[in-house]
Write a protein of this length. Structure first.
Ligand SMILES: [Zn+2]
Length: 136
């Protein structure tokens, strides 16, 4: 796994992931190499950490060698990205808003709802027969 991961890292620094799944222009290999080369010229020890998002993007983030590397990093597409190419972070689905009627349809069948509606209409009709003015 480590050898494969290193291969992925080298490819990501080069701007192309195995299979060419990185969108064109998403990773600028020249800029990555330039950043690392600049850091090396300045005598600053750096490390390149490759992140993968669920959309298949991969990119390298450069950190100081002694920095604590975050487990996840936000991809440029907005998804969270992790360091395991086979298991990128999964985005939790936002809570889906449902109307009270949709909740009711989850609990009752259409036949049940028709029966309940008929009973309610009969109760209203009976109340109106008792007091046609609507005052009860
Ligand atoms: Zn992405």
């Amino acid at each position: 796994m480590r050898g494969r991961r290193l291969t992925f890292a080298m490819e990501a620094i080069g701007g192309v992931r195995a299979g060419g799944s990185s969108p064109a222009g998403f990773v600028d290999p020249g800029a990555q190499r330039s950043d690392i080369a600049d850091a090396q010229r300045q005598g600053v020890e750096r490390q390149g950490v490759v992140y993968w998002c669920a959309a298949g993007h991969s990119y390298c983030v450069t950190f100081a060698a002694d920095a604590s590397v975050p487990a996840t990093w936000e991809c440029r597409c907005g998804l969270p990205a992790g360091q395991d190419p086979d298991h990128p972070p999964v985005v939790a689905e936002p809570a889906v808003y449902r109307t009270p009627l949709e909740y009711l349809h989850e609990r009752r069948s259409d036949a049940d709802l028709d029966t309940i509606l008929d009973e309610a209409l009969q109760a209203v009709a009976a109340a109106r027969r008792r007091d046609p003015t609507g005052r009860q």
